[in-house]
Design a binder for this molecule. Structure first.
Ligand SMILES: C[S@@+](CC[C@H](N)C(=O)[O-])C[C@H]1O[C@@H](n2cnc3c(N)ncnc32)[C@H](O)[C@@H]1O
Length: 313
């Protein structure tokens, strides 16, 4: 299998989704189509899958690569925050499984023109859908030092947020910070080196923060999870792979609330809201990769899998 399609926690995803032959599935983040392919194989001969991605290039590549599945695979270039509208329109109003594999793909990371990777000299764009919204370079030009620091702190949990923000504002007086390479070098210059054998690049948190802001990632996830629940049949499975603590927290809290059902404040002795649990958690969350997968696939390093089953309520 091509490196770009190496799906993270593939066995675990299939075990949790338990996609049966003939079932209806949604992959809300098609990317390189790695999970899509596994799910289509597992639902053979007549299962169908709706695949979404905001990135038109990902959709086009997957359409070609997985053409052998014919009309069992339906693809739409759309942000998954629109899943409540898109899925029923495509004939997937009630499904047996729904997967979110969040963040960015290896293709996007490797594409110098997108600005996701530290070492790419191309424009600092970072949009999953380059036809919409504002590229990261424009954000870096438009925000003042306080706003930049807040962004790096909030979406990157970056301890040196204020110092990095000041350095960007200073730098852009001379020349705009317009490439991924330029930004990575700037962050490296102004942040102290942290010791340790497997140090992450010092710009990791800043890149994460910018990407989250540019794509409205946390809002999209917050909107898509309740919509996804409404699309699941009783017994249907929801599986989410997240790659940083901010998105994992949203998933964890969402599943915990749906599992509890009742939303009465703790001081109310007897439930008055009458809300029944809508989810049952699967496995022992979070599920993380073992050493073999970690050695083979560096993208799996920070992944956390959470899975749940829709109850009748
Ligand atoms: C980690 S990759 C998916 C990899 C895929 N599971 C595979 O096996 O190849 C995440 C993909 O989700 C897409 N994505 C991220 N947020 C999105 C959103 N809000 N709406 C639609 N697609 C999104 C990205 O464009 C990217 O292609």
């Amino acid at each position: 299998m091509e490196q770009g399609h190496l799906p993270v926690l593939a066995e675990e995803v299939i075990a949790m989704l338990a996609p049966a032959p003939g079932s209806l599935q949604i992959d809300a983040t098609v990317g390189g189509g790695g999970h899509t392919e596994r799910i289509l194989e597992a639902t053979s001969p007549d299962g169908r899958l709706l695949g979404l991605d905001a990135d038109g290039a990902a959709i086009a590549r997957t359409r070609t690569r997985l053409a052998r599945f014919g009309d069992r695979l339906v693809l739409r270039q759309v942000n998954f925050r629109e899943i409540a509208r898109t899925a029923p329109e495509a004939g997937f109003a009630a499904v047996d499984g729904l997967l979110f594999d969040l963040g960015l793909s290896s293709h996007q990371l490797a594409d110098a023109g997108r600005g996701f990777g530290f070492r790419t000299g191309g424009p600092l764009d970072m949009r999953f859908d380059p036809s919409r919204g504002v590229p990261a370079a424009e954000l870096l030009q438009a925000l003042d030092a306080r706003e930049l620091a807040t962004l790096f702190r909030r979406f990157g949990e970056e301890p040196a947020a204020a110092r990095i923000a000041r350095a960007i504002v200073e730098e852009r007086r001379r020349t705009p910070v317009a490439t991924a390479e330029g930004l990575a070098a700037l962050v490296e210059r102004v942040t102290p080196r942290r010791p340790g054998p497997r140090r992450r690049h010092p710009a990791t948190r800043v890149f994460q923060a910018l990407r989250i802001a540019v794509n409205g990632e946390l809002e999209a996830l917050g909107e898509a999870l309740p919509a996804a629940m409404d699309l699941l049949r009783p017994g249907g499975r929801l599986v989410v792979l997240s790659y940083h603590s901010l998105e994992d927290r949203i998933v964890k809290r969402f599943m915990a609330a749906e599992r509890r059902g009742c939303v009465c404040p703790p001081e109310v002795p007897v439930c008055v809201c009458g809300r029944a649990p809508r989810l049952r958690l699967l496995g022992k969350p979070p599920i993380v990769p073992g050493p073999v997968e970690l050695a083979a696939n560096p993208r799996a390093r920070s992944v956390r899998l959470r899975a749940a089953e829709r109850l009748v309520a």
